[in-house]
Design a protein around this ligand. Structure first.
Ligand code: GLA
Length: 363
């Protein structure tokens, strides 16, 4: 790619490297996108996972702010969905069962009695086909995957395209598109684990968070929404103003106990279908700020409650309890079983399209 440079700027094209093989011998690649500000995003064709994301702090020093593994086998054995693309259905489907057009479909139950993040082998365990589609918006990587009719129990041949773009505004933009040849349900997201002080450097309890959501979806003991859209006002779920994450996480609150911390879907106040704010995260020591905007109606805020130090990531870092947070933009969990939630149905002739942007700056 030819780029025009102004004085002092370094041009670097997208880097592609061979990144070993899956256990069954298929080659995996790692692509590194960069911008002129020095920000870098490394993405693997295995699960379409963001492996590393290097972002400057207020002194201009870079740190990797996402959890990840050093090699493919880490991603093959991963149970935490680190950095991965999630599908066909991000979050939970109660009892792995839903009805569509009068027919019952069953998805493997991989989370107790329920199905989580696409079933036993979701998009996070698939090999994606990559293509450099860099252009005026920045370096961009297109990942495509064809999910066959019946895969993990879902109907329809589903053709999925995800484009990661790293812009000169220090945004990691994720565009998701899909078409189907049969009525189906779909809820795509990315499952990056952020720690703005640097992945593996400590817990995220002193990060500050804002989520513009006046309601959230309370859950039962299997983390399935009860169907209620409950007000956050007067509860530890009120993040409408920038609030220290750890300040209420141990409150005597039934929903916090059920989630073992925060593991809940927030109903965003912004209008679905136009880009609106999903969250703002601030880490006071480094000054790093992350702004999340989306077309989605919800965001799952998860405080790494299942991280327990048994996993060692890239650079030998151990990921202990609450060392990272996830902000998974999404339609609400278990929507196929909740007619009052925005629909996740996709029909032939229609094109699924959604966008989420993670923008980095300092304060
Ligand atoms: C989502 C879920 C959590 C957990 C993580 C992966 O955030 O809501 O309960 O399963 O994925 O560990």
């Amino acid at each position: 790619m030819l780029t025009t440079m102004s004085f002092g700027e370094k041009a670097k094209t997208m880097q592609k490297q061979e990144w070993g093989k899956t256990a069954d011998g298929q080659p995996v690649y790692l692509y590194t996108l960069s911008n002129k500000k020095g920000m870098e995003a490394a993405i693997t064709t295995y699960g379409g996972a963001v492996v590393s994301l290097k972002v400057a702090d207020r002194k201009g020093e870079f740190a990797d702010v996402v959890q990840g593994y050093k090699d493919v086998s880490g991603y093959e054995t991963d149970k935490g969905y680190f950095g991965a693309l999630i599908g066909r259905y991000g979050n939970r489907i109660a009892h792995g069962e839903f009805k569509l057009d009068g027919k019952t479909y069953n998805i493997p139950k991989n989370d107790g009695a329920n199905s989580l993040h696409g079933g036993a082998k979701g998009f996070n365990k698939k090999l994606w086909t990559a293509k450099d589609v860099s252009g005026a918006a920045g370096q961009a990587l297109e990942l495509t995957y064809l999910s066959k009719d019946g895969e993990e129990g879902f109907p329809g041949n589903l053709s999925v395209k995800v484009v990661y773009t790293l812009t000169e505004n220090n945004e990691l933009k994720i565009d998701y598109a899909a078409t189907t040849d049969k009525d189906t349900v779909l809820n795509l997201t990315n499952h990056s684990y952020f720690n703005l002080a640097g992945a593996g450097s400590g817990d995220i309890l002193s990060h500050e968070l804002m989520i513009p959501a006046s309601r959230y979806t309370p859950v039962d003991s299997g983390l399935i929404p009860t169907g209620e859209l409950a007000p956050v006002k007067g509860t530890p779920f009120d993040f409408t103003k920038l609030t220290v994450i750890g300040s209420r996480i141990n409150d005597d609150n039934e929903q916090l106990k059920l989630g073992k911390g925060y593991d809940h879907n927030f109903v965003l106040d912004g209008a679905m279908g136009t880009m609106h704010k999903a969250a703002e995260v601030y880490e006071p020591k480094s000054g790093r700020l992350m702004d999340v905007t989306t077309l989605e109606p919800g965001v799952q805020f998860y405080t790494g409650n299942f991280l327990d130090g048994t996993v060692t990531g890239k650079d030998g870092k151990v990921y202990n309890h609450r060392y990272a947070l996830c902000l998974e933009t999404q339609h609400f969990p278990d929507s196929p079983n909740h007619p009052n939630f925005p629909t996740t149905e996709l029909k032939p002739g229609h094109r699924y399209h959604t966008t989420t942007i993670y923008k980095f700056s300092v304060k």
